[in-house]
Design a protein around this ligand. Structure first.
Ligand code: HEC
Length: 152
């Protein structure tokens, strides 16, 4: 009799054991999913190659270049950097520190080559680059245009 009773005892506990195992398994999976993706490289490692920084602007900032740059800027940049370049576009509140181009200090330590590289490739996590959307000349026009926004 003792045997039978201990077996039924075991059978009675089985659902509980299964439940506990299931609970642990679900917990483990949840933990896996919660793991952080690998951190993005910090901005300082987002280095601009020296040969890119040294590139000179082949397009002079003529009225025509500025007008072309302004048009592209209106399509692709104003939503963050603002119509006037003051860093207060409609989407600006979603990001920290959208660069204010009207502040003459903002771009003063940047070469045209660096600006070209940033506009082409983006910068940090929040500044999207043009990628293949723009031709080189169009990016240079935008470099000219954002420089022209600095208050004297
Ligand atoms: C989605 C919002 C967004 C859009 C669209 C955007 N930017 Fe930016 N941009 C940012 C933010 C945010 C920063 C600051 C990034 C940082 O410092 O990490 C930035 C930084 C920059 C800088 C770097 C200033 C510096 O010296 O570090 C330049 C140049 C720039 N943007 C130009 C442009 C141009 C030109 C366009 C359009 C082709 C554009 N951005 C479109 C959000 C945006």
């Amino acid at each position: 009799m003792k045997n039978i009773s201990s077996r039924s005892d075991f059978l009675q506990k089985t659902p509980l054991v299964l439940f506990v195992l299931l609970f642990l398994a679900v917990g483990l999976c949840a933990q896996k999913q919660g793991e952080q993706p690998p951190a993005q490289a910090p901005k300082s490692e987002n280095k601009i190659p020296p040969e890119a920084a040294a590139k000179t602007n082949p397009i002079r900032p003529t009225a025509e270049s500025l007008a072309r740059g302004k048009k592209m800027y209106g399509y692709d940049c104003a939503m963050c950097h603002g119509d006037k370049g003051d860093g207060k576009g409609d989407m600006a509140s979603d990001y920290k520190n959208v660069t204010d181009f009207t502040n003459p200090d903002s771009l003063k330590n940047r070469t045209d080559g660096e600006l070209f590289y940033i506009i082409r490739n983006g910068e940090g996590e929040n500044m999207p680059g043009e990628g293949d959307r723009a031709k080189d000349d169009q990016v240079w026009d935008m470099v000219n245009y954002i420089r022209s926004l600095a208050k004297k």
